[in-house]
Design a binder for this molecule. Structure first.
Ligand code: KG4
Ligand code: ZN
Length: 835
């Protein structure tokens, strides 16, 4: 029934009543160096799919630019309209991380905008089905290139009934793969090899294997569609069921953690005192950090000392775990050496929860161990080894949160189900697992050392209980009450997406230029342990959060309008931050926005992130008008810009080394104070003496508008080392205040020069550091002296958000500046070249 290039079957886009029938599925995959695309007709009665066209186009590092143009051309070739789209099917990998994310983000965008299900299938299964379709029978190894001298190997049995997977997704070094393949391969059947790893590693496999033709090494669309058809017939998927296949739920297959997390695991498993200083991911700090970054209470905010801190278990606490084991687990308690031995293994995941106590700087530090959870990832299943919480901390969701963290890592290691054993007599635990969606699948007689039976439970991976992707969403109150009670918005309505760094954000602006909604998911908690933003983690979180953030953004806008709902179909354009930023993070937003704009058949607007920070001033001060001088100060940028008109900018000077925010972050790190440093330093500085230590004011008299901050950072670090060497206790507030003052003096002096040179009568700020209260106060004094009007962005609009992106897009759309489908994300983009 599979017919490539078939002319016999024409898509039935016209229903009998003249309306367009929704029965078309598109399939896409960019996990490898090709773009695989398929178009099929869904037959609900037979649960079968007819392939209309299936292609594979070589696209070395070009999936983002070429995916939509190829798909668009395919649809036109086949005469298929968007209205007949019923479902989207996308390859989940494993493959290149970025490649998988481009495909998945695009597919999520299309499925969201077209309001159809998104079915994720395995890229490797799709390959196996292609080989099966060609008539091959026997054992098949799909060996996909995992880069960095590694392979993703999966074994299949191909018989007349279909392609049957025999092993779970995993990744391993290329040189040990032949031994793994040999060990698992059944005897006495023909054994075939395929997959793009053969380009590099075919010589590792001897001639007892049959190598398939190169055209089977990467997927084509038909393989994806066949995979979906099989899952449909097995009852595992239903391409018409949007609830089951909500686009938010589709996630890539990674089989490994990010490098930063892997290295952290290795460090934590070693019994070294440094373990305790690897940073934190704490529940209790969240509210506080938000307050610092986004509210006007910075100076007064105190760390929440009662918070619970969650982080991967380290060797330092193995003895504490063993102690709790002996109290809670009776004869089945693990000893310290057993725990330590387990921590070392790469297929185990352990998380711990601690009660916190504030340190000298008011930062919560781990005090008492309150609970822990550990799991073993075996063949795609997360087998829960331990979950324990001290009696005083029960019924607060600690166990659940611990399991959520463990499951999040387990999923990245290739797990898709969870299982555990529990004493048959433990009614409470059994009930709580049933609440998590687990069901009892049998018993293990005499499993426990006292002879009691174990009930075996299996279920889905438990999720962290937050709004999206383990993140609590922040929804900005929109600035004005809406006039009148009309639920009809003024057009054009633009939904803007921001994903350049560690916030996933979406906002909607209406035809009058006011924001209807502004939603941010900040990933700070997932990066804080590492003392800075980890690009790979940021990209992963964007893909997890983007649908939920956009859905919430539409819901908030609907509420604001007093309507029951607002859908993608009501929008007139999609906007997205295109540059500058972390390219792997930008790519997720750009691919998603492109998919959504293409799906909704509306224009796509690209926005420069820095121009967004400038426009953030409009949120609270809509009448702000160039010409003006702008200071952009964030974690990645430090510059003075002359805005001659909206869209017309001249950079007057920028930093020659570190950015201001970066300096705050590095100084905070040197003082052992956590991340991000800006809010922590500014809070400490409020209690210190800015004249206590004389730090250098770099380039103060350089007679230009450039900045340098690495010297100041080094001076602070040298000072800290010297004080410590002399046995002095560090005066944290004085160090923070003196460092901050050195920054402010230079920033203000150069801004003043810029204002005098350009004769501008307006001055404004943008970027995360613009939230610094002392800097804001210093600018107020300087501007008052010069008689210049000062505009300060609201605290909530200083850090990254999509409201500011939407406001830029509002202007750009009016000027007709829209992107074509081959647009890409860029790490760098100077403001001066916008026109
Ligand atoms: O604009 P943003 O959210 O992200 C980038 O595009 O970099 O800025 C984040 C930066 C971080 O370096 C953070 O430490 C800094 O802004 N920051 C602050 C303050 N709040 C955030 N720096 C100084 N004082 C603050 N209150
Ligand atoms: Zn920014």
């Amino acid at each position: 029934m599979y017919m490539n290039d078939s002319l016999e079957i024409t898509p039935s886009t016209q229903g009998t009543d003249g309306t367009t029938e929704k029965n078309i599925v598109i399939a896409l995959d960019t996990a490898n160096e090709v773009i695989a695309l398929g178009l099929g007709v869904l037959h609900p009665d037979a649960k079968s799919i007819t392939v209309l066209e299936s292609i594979s186009v070589p696209a070395h590092r070009a999936s983002n630019t070429r995916l939509i143009p190829e798909l668009d051309a395919l649809m036109k070739r086949q005469g298929i309209s968007h209205a007949s789209l019923a479902s989207v099917c996308c390859g989940r990998g494993p493959g290149s991380f970025t490649g998988v994310r481009i495909c998945m983000a695009t597919a999520k965008g299309i499925a969201s905008a077209c309001e159809v299900p998104l079915c994720g299938v395995s890229t490797l299964d799709a390959l196996a089905w292609e080989v099966w379709q060609d008539g091959v029978r026997g054992s098949l190894w799909v060996l996909a290139d995992a880069m960095r001298k590694e392979i993703y190997p999966v074994l299949y049995l191909l018989d007349d009934a279909g392609a049957h997977r025999q092993s779970a997704d995993c990744v391993m070094k290329a040189d040990v793969t032949p031994a793994y393949v040999f060990e698992l391969t059944p005897q006495d059947v023909p054994v075939y090899l395929t997959g793009d790893a053969l380009h590099k590693y075919s010589e590792l496999f001897d001639d007892s294997y049959t190598f398939l033709d190169g055209r089977f090494w990467t997927p084509v669309g038909a393989g994806l569609l066949h995979c979906l058809e099989d899952a449909w017939q097995q009852g595992v998927m239903d391409p018409f069921d949007r609830e089951r296949h909500n686009p938010a739920l589709a996630l890539p297959v990674y089989t490994r953690l990010s490098d930063a997390e892997e290295n952290e695991r290795i460090r934590l498993a070693k019994n070294s005192p440094k373990n305790l200083h690897t940073g934190v991911s704490e529940e209790g700090l969240r509210a506080d950090q938000r307050a610092c970054a986004h509210d006007s209470v910075i100076a007064n905010a105190q760390a929440d000392a009662t918070g619970i801190l969650y982080r991967p278990l380290d060797a330092e606490h193995a003895a504490d775990v063993a102690h709790l084991e002996s109290l809670l687990m009776g004869s089945d308690a693990w000893s310290e050496s057993l725990v330590l031995d387990d921590l070392f293994r790469s297929d185990r995941v352990w998380w711990a929860a601690y009660e916190t106590r504030p340190d000298g700087a008011g930062q919560p530090r781990p005090a008492r161990l309150m609970g822990y959870a550990g799991a073993w990832i075996v063949a795609g299943d997360m087998q829960i080894l331990k979950v324990a919480v001290i009696p005083e901390a029960r019924r607060q969701g600690v166990a659940r949160t611990l399991l959520g963290h463990v499951a999040q890592d387990a999923r990245d290691l290739g797990a898709h189900t969870a299982s555990l054993e529990v004493r048959v007599s433990n009614e409470g635990a059994r009930a709580s697992y049933e609440k998590l969606g687990f069901s009892c699948i049998g018993t293990r007689p005499g499993y426990y050392s006292d002879g009691e039976d174990a009930a075996i439970y299996q279920g889905p991976l438990p999720l962290l209980s937050h709004d999206v992707a383990g993140i609590t969403l922040r929804c900005q109150e929109t600035s004005e009450e809406r006039q009148g009670d009309s639920s009809e918005p003024s057009h054009p309505l633009i939904l803007a997406i921001e994903s350049s760094c560690d916030e996933t954000a979406a906002a909607i602006v209406d035809g009058s230029g006011s924001l209807l909604s502004d939603v941010v998911a900040s990933q700070i908690d997932f990066h804080a342990r590492f003392g800075g933003v980890v690009p790979e983690i940021a990209s992963r979180k964007h893909i997890e959060a983007i649908c939920g953030v956009c859905d919430e953004c539409l819901d908030v806008a609907a509420r604001q309008l007093g309507r029951a709902a607002l859908s993608w179909k009501d929008l007139d354009a999609i906007a997205v931050t295109q540059a500058p930023g972390l390219v792997g993070a930008l790519v997720v937003g750009v691919a998603f926005a492109k998919g959504a704009a293409w799906g909704a058949e509306i224009p796509l607007v690209g926005v420069n992130h820095l121009e967004g920070h400038l426009y953030a001033n409009k949120i609270a001060t809509p009448d702000i008008q160039p010409p003006m001088v702008v200071s952009l100060v964030s974690g990645g940028h430090t510059m003075l810009v002359h805005a001659r008109a909206w869209g017309d900018y001249v950079t007057l000077g920028s930093t020659i080394d570190d950015a201001v925010g970066e300096a705050f972050d590095k100084v905070a790190k040197a003082l052992g104070l956590g991340y991000p440093g800006g809010p922590i330093i500014s809070r400490l500085a409020a209690q210190g003496d800015p004249r206590a230590i004389r730090f250098p004011r770099a380039m103060m008299h350089s007679h230009d508008l450039r900045f340098s901050l690495s010297g100041l950072k080094t001076a602070v670090m040298t000072y800290i080392q010297k004080e410590q060497a002399q046995g002095h206790e560090l005066n944290l507030p004085d160090i923070a205040a003196s460092f901050q003052q050195a920054v402010i003096d230079v920033q203000v002096a150069k801004a003043k020069t810029a204002l005098i040179e350009t004769q501008a009568r307006e001055f404004c700020l943008g970027g995360g550091v613009a939230a610094n209260p002392a800097l804001r106060a210093a600018y107020a004094d300087m501007c008052a002296d010069l008689g210049v009007r000062l505009t300060l962005p609201p605290m909530s609009a200083c850090t990254d958000n999509a409201g500011m992106i939407a406001l830029v897009a509002f202007d750009r759309l009016q000027q007709g500046q829209v992107l074509s489908w081959d647009a890409d994300a860029h790490a760098h983009a100077p403001l001066d070249e916008l026109r």
